[in-house]
Design a protein around this ligand. Structure first.
Ligand SMILES: Cc1ncc(COP(=O)(O)O)c(C=O)c1O
Length: 297
């Protein structure tokens, strides 16, 4: 199926304070964010025409900018309102929202204090991140050769464009070998996360997940931990070594785009999508529907 290029679509994009025709939302080639990765973004999901966890995502965008030493010239509330306006203008009942903030072309070079910070928000109809088959049977994952860097090597708590270099490289390598995705270890050799989602293990009825000390503490991750606790499932955040995957009965990923997706294979380890994962998927679906229906009312 041919992909329609993202710069050649109908509709409106919010850019620096106003909605404008989709194809006119452009930047100059000498934009600092493009050359030096002074760019942060969000990924949000629309259910029932409403954005799930909008406040949390809007605040994380601002926090990510501050971690990259720039101040987004809008409050979280203004960003949230603009996101709602963008979804409305696109007439979307479900789909995806992409707010992005970057340093402009006023200054070139590593220093960027004189640049202006720009913000754009686009929304479009986007199906599931992984195929329906992969979501049902579980993903096949390889080991990434790239490691998540230490927090004093990269600003790992922020959702930055630069942070995704090693994710794209790892995802390409996995897909070239016929896998759906790759699991990344961190610089210490501990289990970290997938290329665009957090990871959970089910071990003897308990949920185990790596402590997010060098990767994104995903909003979906936090939501799923809350759902598990509501079901009286013990949730353990801790250091997880790769060989501990041998002890897991189930493994799944969590993320805004991938929601909760079971995993059936990581390198030499095999799993069967099971009851804990399925129950959390049902609870998550109920929550996304209930919260967004309440927002719509
Ligand atoms: C690298 C990475 N880790 C984790 C996540 C999960 O974050 P969230 O649940 O906030 O979408 C994402 C998704 O955006 C991601 O790209």
């Amino acid at each position: 199926m041919a992909i329609i290029p993202y710069d050649d679509r109908d509709g409106s994009i919010w850019l620096d304070g106003k909605l404008m025709p989709w194809r006119d939302a452009k930047i100059h080639v000498l934009t600092h964010g493009l050359h030096y990765a002074s760019c942060v973004f969000e990924g949000e999901k629309i259910y029932n025409g409403q954005i799930f966890k909008l406040r949390e995502h809007s605040q994380r965008l601002i926090d990510s900018g501050r971690i990259l030493d720039f101040e987004i010239p809008w409050t979280a509330e203004q960003i949230a309102k603009a996101s709602i306006a963008t979804v409305k203008a696109q007439g979307l009942q479900q789909g995806y929202v992409r707010p992005v903030a970057w340093r402009g072309p006023e200054q070139m070079g590593v220093a960027a204090q004189a640049t202006k910070v720009h913000v754009a928000i686009a929304a479009w109809d986007w199906g599931t991140y992984f195929t329906a088959e992969a979501r049902f049977k579980g993903l096949r994952m390889s080991w990434a050769k790239w490691a998540r860097p230490a927090p004093n090597t990269a600003p790992t708590a922020a959702k930055t464009a630069g942070g995704y270099m090693i994710c794209t490289l790892s995802k390409h390598a996995a897909e070239a070998e016929g896998y759906d995705d790759a699991l990344m270890l961190d610089w210490r050799g501990r289990v970290a996360e997938a290329t665009g989602a957090n990871v959970f293990l089910v071990i003897d009825g308990e949920l185990h997940t790596p402590t997010p000390d060098c990767f994104l503490n995903g909003i979906t991750r936090q939501t799923v931990m809350g759902l598990a606790r509501a079901r009286r499932i013990k949730v353990v955040e801790r250091t997880i070594m790769p060989e501990e995957l041998a002890k897991a009965q189930e493994v799944f990923l969590t993320g805004t785009a991938s929601e909760i997706t079971p995993v059936r294979e990581i390198g030499e380890y095999k799993f069967t999508p099971g009851t804990v994962c399925r129950m959390l998927i049902e609870d998550f679906n109920r929550l996304t529907q209930a919260e967004t229906a309440a927002q719509a009312a």
